[in-house]
Design a protein around this ligand. Structure first.
Ligand code: BGC
Length: 390
């Protein structure tokens, strides 16, 4: 198998620093970030990207997943910034010079303030605005990018922003949530088409966050609640866009138990202490087996675990890679793996405290240092390349 993608992932708002024109920056100014930190400068990836790409290369990676910040390249309705568009051209050129394949996300949770002022994703015209942005990105970057992710984790975005009141715009409204989710389905479908119109052989998907759900007790009530939850979270969006996918982009982190009526919790004793996650790397293989029926290539677009909690990110990675080994030997069409994240960065409402990086970042000096999990990743890439001829 050629061209298996070994990579690491970041997103613009989390890593770049200096994104002052989107809804997250506004939210951060409202004092909602738990540790009082902000996304500026985070790990200053906007200025440090050359160095960061060298660090990526040092790991033996041949691919990089990052996102374009919509509010940078289109700071006002109808206005594109050539300076910012050039920034991503430079980033792409730097990747290509190093033989690193870019995987570009177009929407990773943040929205331009001008788009929010019009009603964000709740307004009926949202897709038209998104389409203008995507069209421009496809025109600009299609010569350099063939692998695209339209939207990062639509279900996570809708849950946290429109049901849980946790992320901006902090709503709890079932109708809005349903509307936005369905609008994101259409946004993906439109973006898929636009990118293909520009370059018919492009590989387009979205990053789908999947969780293993197991019912707590084996009885009718818990099993039914689990099935409903699983359908809503894991299946709904994927099945709606089934005909507009060239591969499946999978973000996997954890398992949750479900008991009637809709109580969701990590298995007691296995909690990570981060976001109510459970330590369950073996879930990756379960999800991969489940995705086999789609008969589409699969790229793991995120997998990782933060430092400083009661579990080891190395062990988590090792567990995930065991799953990859099995999946490959079972003939599952896995084509890539991206660790979350290349280096520590801004973890949304939790701020800079959770550290997901293969590289540790000193936020005072902007120094980076390879962590044990980074060393392990490097070794595993080498081993799997040799073992499977990847
Ligand atoms: C998101 C990332 C986030 C990571 C860790 C994923 O759901 O795409 O932006 O940092 O999880 O929580």
């Amino acid at each position: 198998m050629k061209n298996f993608l070994w990579g690491a992932a970041t997103s613009a708002h989390q890593a770049e620093g200096g994104n002052f024109s989107n809804d997250w920056w506004q939210f951060e100014q409202g004092g909602f970030i738990h540790d009082g930190s902000s996304s500026n400068p985070s790990c200053d990836h906007y200025h440090q990207f050359e160095r960061d790409l060298n660090l990526l290369k040092d790991l033996g990676c041949n691919a990089y997943r990052f996102s374009v910040e919509w509010s940078r390249v289109q700071p006002k309705e109808g206005v594109f910034s050539h300076r910012e568009i050039d920034h991503y051209h430079r980033l792409l050129d730097s990747l290509l010079e190093r033989d690193i394949i870019p995987v570009v996300t177009l929407h990773h949770f943040t929205n331009p303030l001008w788009f929010i002022a019009k009603g964000g994703w709740e307004q009926p015209g949202a897709i038209d605005y998104f389409v203008v942005y995507v069209q421009k990105m496809a025109e600009e970057y299609s010569g350099k990018v063939s692998c695209w992710l339209t939207i990062n984790e639509p279900s996570v975005y809708v849950l946290l922003a429109f049901l849980a009141k946790y992320w901006p715009p902090q709503k709890r409204n079932l109708l809005s949530a349903a509307k936005v989710l369905n609008r994101l389905v259409k946004a993906h479908q439109a973006a898929y088409q636009l990118i293909h119109n520009r370059y018919s052989r492009a590989q387009v998907s979205f990053a789908h966050h999947m969780t293993v759900f197991d019912s707590w007790r084996n009885n009718f009530a818990d099993n039914t609640a689990t099935k409903i939850f699983d359908w809503l979270w894991n299946q709904y969006f994927l099945d709606r866009v089934r005909d507009q996918l060239d591969f499946i982009g999978l973000n996997y982190y954890t398992r949750q138990r479900i008991s009637f009526p809709f109580k969701i919790f990590p298995t007691p004793g296995k909690e990570v202490g981060f976001a109510q996650w459970e330590f369950y790397p073996q879930g990756l293989l379960r999800i991969l087996r489940r995705l086999k029926k789609y008969q589409l290539p699969i790229i793991i677009t995120e997998f990782g675990m933060p430092h400083g909690f009661n579990v080891s990110p190395e062990e988590n990675l090792q567990g995930g890679v065991e799953g990859i080994r099995r999946a490959l030997s079972e003939g599952i069409g896995l084509r890539g793996f991206f660790y979350w994240s290349l280096m520590d960065n801004f973890e949304w409402r939790e701020g800079l405290t959770p550290r997901f990086g293969l590289y540790e970042v000193d936020y005072q000096t902007q120094e980076r240092r390879l962590r044990r999990v980074g060393e392990r990743y490097k070794k595993l890439i080498k081993e799997l390349k040799a073992e499977f001829g990847l």
